[in-house]
Design a protein around this ligand. Sequence first.
Ligand code: DC
Length: 219
Amino acid sequence: MIIAIDGPAGVGKSTVAKLLASRLGYLYLDTGALYRAVAWKTLRSRIRPADHARVATLLPTTSIHMQFHEGAMQVLVDGCDVTGQLRAPDVTAAASIVSAIPAVREWLLPIQRQIGQGGSVVAEGRDIGTKVFPAASFKFFLDAAADVRVARRHRELVAAGRGDSIETTSHDLSARDQRDRTRSIDPLVPAVDARFIDTSTLSPDQVVEQMIMAVSTGS
Ligand code: DC
C-alpha cells in the first residue's frame, strides 16, 4: 500500500507525511532528501547545479542509500552519512536546480520505486502521484496560500537557528516554486486522481485526520 503526498514547499507535507506514517505504522519516504543528496554531491564536487552535462556525469559513480531505523531516516552518499547537511540553504537551492535535470530524475526513479517495494509507505515529494507511484492506493495534493507557506517556512528556518528575513524566505520559496512548477520534466502538478487539501487554516493533526478518514473509508 502506497500513499502519495505531493505539493509545494511550505504546505506542511513533511510534518503531515511523518505523522501519517507513524499513525499507520508505515515507512515514511522523503523523496526530496534524494534530490538534496544529489545536490550535496554536486556542490561537494564543485560542479554548478545548472550544468546538466557535468551533473549527469557524476551519477554513474555516485551511490545513494536511505537507511530507516526506528522511524528515523539516514541518507548515505557514497557511504557517508550526509543527513545533517541536506537542509542547508545552498543544498536546498541546488536541489531544486538539479531536480530539473532529466538524467537526475531518471536515475532517482528506480531508487524511489525500490524503497516503495519494501511494503507500506507514505511517500512525499512533487511527482509521487504522477510519476513515481502512479498506481498509489491514495494520492493527496496539499497546497496553501502563499503567505501562509512563507510564514511556515520562515518559522522552520528560525527554529533551525537560521536568521533569514521573511523577505529572503519569500524570495527563495517563490523562486523554488517557480522552478518546480515549470520545469519541462515531471513538474509539480496534482495527479488527476489526487485528493486536494488546502492546509492554509488546518493544523497538521487536522490534515492527518482528513487523510485517515479518506484512507479508512476508501472515499
Ligand atoms: O521536498 P524538498 O523541499 O526536500 O525537495 C527539494 C527539491 O527536490 C525540491 O525543490 C524539488 C525536488 N523534488 C522533486 O523534484 N521531486 C520530488 N519527488 C521531490 C523533490
